[in-house]
Each structure stands twice: as structure tokens, then as C-alpha cells.
Design a protein around this ligand. Sequence first.
Ligand code: FAD
Length: 276
Amino acid sequence: MSLLTKYGPDSRIVAGGHSLIPMMKLRLAQPQALIDINDLTDLARISVEDGTLCVGAMVRHADLLASAVAGEHFPIFHDAEKVVADPVVRNRGTVGGSLCQADPSEDLSAAFAAVRGEAVIEGPGGRRVVPIREFFTGPYQTVVGENELLVQLRVPISSSASAYQKVERRAGDWAVAAAGAELRIEGTQLVSVGIGLTALGAPNFHAPEAEEYLLAGPAVDERFAEAGRIAARHCNPVADQRGPADYKRHLAEVLTVRALRRARTRWHGNNHQEEG
Ligand SMILES: Cc1cc2nc3c(=O)[nH]c(=O)nc-3n(C[C@H](O)[C@H](O)[C@H](O)COP(=O)(O)OP(=O)(O)OC[C@H]3O[C@@H](n4cnc5c(N)ncnc54)[C@H](O)[C@@H]3O)c2cc1C
């Protein structure tokens, strides 16, 4: 922390380096000092504390993918990590680096938004906790200050099921579009739901109107379809080499529905109930 204070805005933290080093090569980042946090082994742990899944900022993508405890409670992370880049990137790239890079097509941003995770940020003034849905302030921008460090991601564990669906042009590529969902069902009613979206220009990587629509109604296909349409309307995709905006908006609808249905199937599988 003292190094951050000493070098201030001229410095950059380096975790896995998979985003920062390419940016330096392109002269998009020109830090005067690099602060390597790879020795902070305390930040490389995944644990459950007081009913909360805690993922250290230095946890590598590959470790989150392999984590039994994360996969048990939040299969959405397993789904998402399986399709983040390739093994080379996953072996070095970190969860914290991904979120701090705040790329608008980042997979974990949507996954953490779906499950309403929290970011623990440490700085000279101590620790603060920020809901991940308030963590991003724009493309490549977050609430983490110049002399602060993201230290941990937290997700309260409740009985839920989750899933992540992504369309990519080829294996290992960034998302053309992707959606994640987390839900809880009582009887036939949805009593809790989160929808995360990435590469779609959805503010803060989530779809609040679709969540609101679904809540307290039955978890049936017709309502999922309408939620998909609402989520698509919430998005502001841009045309690029991965496809035209209309195609991406269509994907927003289809992938939202697929993520919801997959999460519902898991819910019923976990709870040995028949589908409503
Ligand atoms: C070829 C390739 C393909 C990729 N494909 C995908 C993909 O399909 N999906 C996807 O989601 N991502 C993809 N990525 C992005 C990849 O996930 C990120 O590059 C990587 O996870 C970033 O983590 P890092 O530890 O390497 O971060 P770094 O490059 O070390 O850091 C990134 C930024 O975050 C800051 N930072 C890092 N850690 C902290 C911290 N703890 N606190 C505060 N600031 C911090 C750094 O200063 C820097 O500004 C791809 C990357 C590559 C190179």
C-alpha cells in the first residue's frame, strides 16, 4: 500500500499482466512504475467465510475454474471461466485484474453482476465494500482509486442456481455477447433473480428491468422469453468486427433466455423437484 502512496498516479499495479502489458506495448498505458502484487499470496485464496464465498483478487482464472467450492455454490463462475480466453491467459490472468481492467466485454463482470457480488477495496483510509453493480464507472474505469487495491470479491451464499451462456466467434475469443443468470424458486414462483450481460453495452453489466419483471412471477418459459426481450431493449450494443448491433441485441434476448432456463434446470436438479 505504501508503494501505491509513494508512486501514486504514475504507477500501475501488475497482477497477471495479460491486459496491462499489451496496453503498454500499444502505448495506451505508460506507467513510470509497476507495482507487482504477485507476492501477496493472501489474495490468492478462495474460501467460504460466514456464509460468503470469498475470492481473492489474485486468484487466477484457472483456479476459479477448478474451485470445487465456487462451482458448487455458483456454477456460473465455472461456466464463465471455461470460456475466458485460453489456458495460457487463464493460468496467469487474475480475477482482480479482469475486473479492474473493466473491459466492456469482460466475462466475469457479468457473472459477478448476476450474483450481486461485492468488491472489497483497500486503501490508505482502510477497507470499503462496493457492490459490483456499482464498481464500474465506464469502459475501462472503476471506483478503485489511484492509491487503492482491489483485494477480494465476495458473494453471499444462498440457496440458488446459476448459469452463463456466451457466443464467441471461435474458441477462446472475447464474447460477441454473453448473459448470466442466478435464480431461486419457491413453489413455482421466482423469488430471487439476477441477470448479467456483457459485450452488449448494458449499464453496469446487468438488466434491472428484466429482473424486476420476472420477480414474484412463475418461472415459466413465456416469462423468460419476455424477460429476454426486455433485457435486449436495455442493451446498447455497438457494431464492430464481432457483428452488427442488431445481431448482438438478438443474442442478448436469446442468451438471457438460455441462461435463465439453464439455471432453472440446475435449480430443479439440485432440489429434486419437478419443473413447474
Ligand atoms: C488473448 C487474450 C484473450 C482474452 N480473452 C478474454 C475473454 O474471452 N474473456 C474475458 O473476460 N477476458 C479475456 N481476456 C482478458 C483477460 O481475462 C485479462 O487480460 C486478465 O484476466 C487480466 O488479469 P491480469 O491479472 O492479467 O491483469 P493485469 O494485466 O495485471 O492488470 C489489468 C489492470 O488491472 C489493474 N489491476 C490488476 N489487479 C489489481 C488489483 N488487485 N487492484 C487494483 N488494480 C488492479 C492493473 O493495474 C491494470 O490496470 C483475454 C486476454 C487476452 C490476452
